[in-house]
Design a protein around this ligand. Structure first.
Ligand code: SF4
Length: 326
């Protein structure tokens, strides 16, 4: 039993101040409460932000979308604007977790969730992310589900979120409110690969609060979708996944946004795949050629070499589905 206090923030300003003084934000609680139960995390002070006015979904000028940090995953997945403008986001949400969890978990909490590496959650195992400098039990242990991209000698854990893969593909931005005011961070720079400090997972300062995720304006007739490959068809994390968005005009691909999940220490943007696609006409040959670049730079571990080929096939299949040649 580890005692903690709980205060309810009645404004974003009060939340930021409480966070600045060392409080941990909690809203849906679907990650943090689990970690506290398992004694992986032992915060002394929780700040309940669930009542803050951060639950709106709004369109932005030019055709972008702003999703409040406290919007529930289920709400965002069901929202007609999300479904019409960015199906890749609603599909990624619907393929995440369970219906009960999607009703509780928030968008902000989803992207802040911590890894599902079993050694991270086993407090008797060595884990640099949980206890810096203690080692990485996964490197010499069972690492079938671990990352092949973005790893370091200190950590090889994957980021578990599906919707973060869609946000990475679409080049979304994270809006933050902190003691020094508001700022907006590109999604690509918000979640941090482990490097030498795997315990530092987000580019967020003390007291900073996620207020929204913003998807920038993209071409109106954007086709998009999310494919998740996993060991069972529900309530399971991705072995591989692909978020794909394509804009075609005159039969030619004018915009291509592609990212992969289940394979990287952070949602893994695939610029080499995108470059292969731009300016080309959809064809079976094109999908295969582009997908061949999906695993560039991969460094498989003892048990997850299968992810290299699986990733290429996942990306190829989803390019075919979204590009319309299936
Ligand atoms: Fe910990 Fe990362 Fe190693 Fe897992 S992969 S045991 S989270 S350091």
């Amino acid at each position: 039993m580890h005692p903690f206090s709980l205060v309810k923030a009645d404004s974003t300003r009060a939340a930021v101040e409480a966070g600045r003084r060392g409080g941990r934000f909690i809203a849906g609680g679907t990650t943090l409460v689990d970690l506290m139960r398992e004694t992986v995390e032992r915060p002394g002070r929780l700040v309940d932000i669930d009542g803050l006015p951060l639950r709106g979904i709004t369109t932005t000028p030019g055709g972008g979308l702003r999703i409040g940090a406290l919007v529930r995953m289920a709400e965002a997945a069901a929202d007609s604007r999300v479904r019409v403008m960015f199906p890749v986001v609603s599909q990624a949400l619907e393929l995440s977790a369970s219906a009960q969890l999607r009703n509780m978990a928030t968008i902000g909490g989803n992207i802040m969730q911590r890894t599902r590496c079993t050694y991270f959650r086993d407090v008797s195992a060595d884990c640099n992310k949980r206890r810096p400098g203690s080692g990485c039990a996964a490197r010499g242990g069972l690492n079938r589900t671990h990352a092949i991209l973005g790893t370091s000698e200190h950590c090889v854990a994957t980021h578990a979120s599906d919707v973060a893969v869609a946000f990475a593909a679409l080049e979304a931005r994270v809006r933050l409110l902190g003691p020094d005011g508001e700022r907006s961070v590109p999604f690509a720079g918000f979640l941090l690969p482990p490097g030498g400090t795997p315990d530092r997972e987000q580019a967020i300062g003390r007291g900073e609060l996620i207020t929204a995720v913003e998807i920038p304006p993209l071409p109106r007739r954007l086709r998009s979708g999310y494919l998740k490959v996993r060991d069972r068809q529900s309530y399971e994390f991705a072995l591989t996944s692909a978020a794909v968005a394509l804009h075609l005009r005159g039969g030619v691909i004018r915009a291509a946004k592609v990212a992969a999940g289940g394979v990287g220490t952070v949602p893994w943007k695939l610029p080499a795949v995108e470059r292969e696609l731009l300016g080309e006409r959809p064809s079976e040959r094109l999908w295969a050629r582009a997908a061949e670049r999906a695993a560039d730079g991969a460094r498989p571990l003892a048990h997850n070499g299968f992810k290299v080929e699986l990733l290429k096939r996942t990306v190829e299949r989803q390019l075919r589905v979204v590009g319309g040649t299936r």
